[in-house]
Structure formats: C-alpha cells, structure tokens
Design a protein around this ligand. Structure first.
Ligand SMILES: [Zn+2]
Length: 237
C-alpha cells in the first residue's frame, strides 16, 4: 500500500460554498458502475472519484468548495463534508476482493493524513435504502459526526440512497496501519512522512531523518516529537 497521488481533472460544476467541517468527516459513495465520469457531463460530482482496484484517485471539485453528491438532500449537507465516489455497487460491497478492500484502506489512510478525518467508522453492518432506514442520521447528528460514513447514513427522512452498502469495516481495518507500533508497511509510512513534510506545517526540515529513524521504532523521538506533531497537525482547524 502506498500513499495515493490524486490527479486533478476538474468539473463543469464550480463547487458550492464550503462551510468547513463542523467535525472532520468524509462521506463514501459508490458510483453503481466502474469508470471515471466524464467531467463535462457529470452534474453531481464528488470531490474525488476512486478506483480501489488500481488505487487511482481523480479529483473533480476543489476541497475549498463543497461537492454535489448529496444534492437531493434538501438540507444541503454537501456544505459540511468531504465526498468520495468509489467504483463499484452498493449491493456487491460485502463480496469484493481483498484487493478492493486494500484499496479502500489506502483511500481511508489518504483522507486521514491529508484532511485529518479520524479513523472512526459509522456502522455499515445493516445499511438499508429508504428515507427512514434505521442507520440514517438527522442533519444535526451527521454534522456532529467525525470519521467515515456512507451516503446511506445521511438525511433521515430526506434521502433514500444506501450507497456504499454494507462496507466491511473490519476488512478495511485489517489493511489499515496507523502507527509504527502497528507495523505500518515501510513504503506507506515513508509516503506518509513525505506528505506531512509537503504540507509544510508542523513538519519542516529533513523528512529523511524520520525515514531513517523508522529502523529505530523505540527511539524516544517518536513519542517526544513526531507523534505529538502529527496529532497537532491532524487535529488543527
Ligand atoms: Zn451516493
């Protein structure tokens, strides 16, 4: 698993006003087909579209703007959340391959590192369609939620979509690694370090210093310097 590198493709849609996170959150969708939508045709773009099988990530809407994939929700919850459409079908989600789930984990890692969305998941185990399905949250509940949720968790009483279906969160987590102590694959960890330094916030100077220090996972500089800076960065504003 490596750090994803999104490709900007843009959209015919300009992006709606973005209110910022009330809590850092990401809504996952499935496209119900597999393919990258054509920018000039798609009138309800998400920020990103992702193919978990190839780990290709394309960006359609700037994350300084709100996207459109919840637009049928009259409460306009688009204004509070980051949104990603994934290749695939809601009804097939429990049956996808390990390769697909490893790809979902790579996406989750990317969103976690880049946008500070915590590795916390809504309950996907009994997703159902319908405006009043049990898993749906009210507007207030969803705006307070922090972590990864599905379109199907949105819009109690106003939205009937149930994508991305019954995402197997335990399978996603089995590919997720969140720290040195949990044996993050080296290539992923190096990619994360690069992303932290590229962000030019808490991490400045020599990324290679930390890459070399991966060989010394018990060095106190991890707990004294690295992880506190990481935490400050992902929880900032
Ligand atoms: Zn959706």
């Amino acid at each position: 698993m490596k750090m994803l590198e999104p490709v900007w493709v843009g959209s015919k849609m300009p992006g709606k006003p973005w209110n910022g996170f009330s809590a850092p959150m990401c809504v996952l969708h499935t496209l119900e087909f597999s393919g990258f939508p054509q920018t000039w045709k798609w009138d309800s773009p998400s920020h990103y579209v992702y193919n978990p099988l190839t780990q290709e990530l394309r960006q359609y809407v700037s994350t300084t703007k709100a996207a459109y994939s919840l637009r049928h929700n009259r409460l306009e919850d688009d204004h509070f959340t980051l949104q990603v459409e994934m290749f695939g079908k809601a009804g097939s989600m429990p049956f996808y391959s390990d390769q697909y789930y490893e790809g979902v984990a790579a996406l989750v890692s990317y969103v976690n590192v880049k946008y500070g969305v915590p590795l916390h998941f809504a309950d996907f185990s009994s997703m159902k369609a319908g405006e009043n399905a049990a898993q749906r949250m009210t507007a207030t509940e969803s705006q307070m939620f922090s972590g990864f949720m599905g379109h199907g968790h949105f819009g109690k009483g106003v939205d009937a979509h149930w994508d991305p279906g019954m995402l197997d969160v335990e399978r996603v987590k089995s590919f997720l690694v969140t720290g040195v102590e949990e044996e993050m694959p080296r290539i992923l960890f190096e990619g994360m370090i690069d992303a932290l330094f590229d962000a030019d916030q808490e991490f400045q100077g020599d990324a290679d210093f930390w890459k070399k220090l991966i060989d010394k996972p018990n060095d106190p500089q991890w707990d004294n310097d690295f992880w506190p800076a990481f935490t400050r960065m992902v929880t900032a504003g």
